[in-house]
Ligand binder design. Structure first.
Ligand SMILES: [Zn+2]
Length: 320
């Protein structure tokens, strides 16, 4: 390994990082995800709510030293499925925390489209299909300013527009359903993530930028779950369901350097992490999980079904 230390990126480079990436047509938020989200809002028993907006700048590629930028504002949506007038258990599914990990939004939407109605007699369900539309449509991990929103999920004073909107939205929903009673909580939340091939390049760029690296010395294969210690029982049930439905659960001895408890990475063993979406949700939920579906061969060319089905199995496993 080289001993030469490079200088971390100057702030200017962080600021321009997002802008210099272009929207990928196959991932266009307004054309590919929004129509599906809106169609769900028209269904009986489904209520679509816009909980915020996120604006993004792109530097259009032009020749020479001329720079032209364009700005787009995307609506942020959540779907409320079920009869929220009753105090029955309420589950939350979130996708698109990391934009490039498209399995989350696709699984959250497919679950809403094909399966959520089966549960509504017994449960209320909230779906946040895509927390970061800008990074989603550019296939990026980070949002504007090269901020990792899954290091920025704080109840107050998040830096990113996406996490400020999410915190406000979950707080408001808790207030609405439980009159702000801190003793009443949503039952569980699951935030859907992937560890794809692109993480190798991101890790290298992080090292150059002077940020955190993932230590992917073994590239895991299959799904695993990150859980708070007190939620281990439900975590085990989710993992069992993933396995029961025929999907691979990561069986390496370690998960990102921490012990692998049969497909579950426990929060007590992750080291002192902050700002994760599962931690933000945990303020309002009894249990809160992060899925990681890992495959070194996972790219945008991978058939959607391969990445969506293991996540769907995890969502199903969360329900009693
Ligand atoms: Zn992720």
């Amino acid at each position: 390994m080289s001993e030469i230390k490079t200088e971390p990126w100057p702030q200017e480079k962080f600021n321009k990082w997002y802008q210099e990436h272009q929207v990928i047509p196959s991932r266009d938020y307004v054309r590919t995800l929004v129509p599906r989200i809106k169609a769900l809002g028209d269904r009986a028993g489904f209520k679509l709510e816009k909980y915020g907006e996120a604006s993004y700048t792109t530097c259009d590629a032009v020749g020479g030293s001329v720079e032209k930028t364009s700005r787009v504002t995307h609506d942020l949506y959540r779907l409320l499925i079920g009869d929220f007038s009753q105090e029955i258990p309420c589950y939350i599914v979130l996708g698109g925390t990391h934009g490039y990990e498209k399995g989350g939004p696709l699984a959250a939407l497919k679950f809403a489209e094909e399966e959520a109605s089966q549960y509504v007699d017994r449960f209320n369900i909230v779906i946040y299909p895509c927390l970061s539309p800008g990074p989603y449509e550019k296939e990026l991990r980070f949002t504007e300013g090269r901020i990792d929103i899954n290091r920025d999920a704080f109840l107050d004073n998040a830096q990113s527009q996406e996490m400020r909107a999410l915190a406000k939205s979950v707080k408001e929903l808790h207030q609405r359903l439980f009159n702000g009673d801190p003793n009443k909580k949503f039952t569980a939340a699951i935030d859907l993530h992937e560890t794809p091939f692109m993480d190798i390049a991101i890790d290298k760029e992080n090292a150059a930028a002077g940020g955190e690296t993932f230590e992917l010395d073994i590239f895991p294969k299959g799904l695993f779950l990150i859980a708070f210690n007190e939620d281990q029982h439900l975590a085990n049930k989710i993992i069992q369901n993933v396995r029961l439905e025929g999907h691979h659960v990561v069986d390496d001895d370690t998960l990102y350097g921490a012990p692998n408890n049969d497909g579950v990475l426990l929060m007590s063993e992750t080291g002192p992490v902050t700002g994760r979406v599962r931690q933000l949700l945990k303020h309002f939920t009894t249990a809160s999980f992060t899925t990681e579906y890992c495959d070194i061969d996972l790219t945008d060319e991978t058939p959607d079904v391969e990445r969506v089905e293991p996540q769907m199995a995890a969502i199903r496993g969360m329900f009693p």
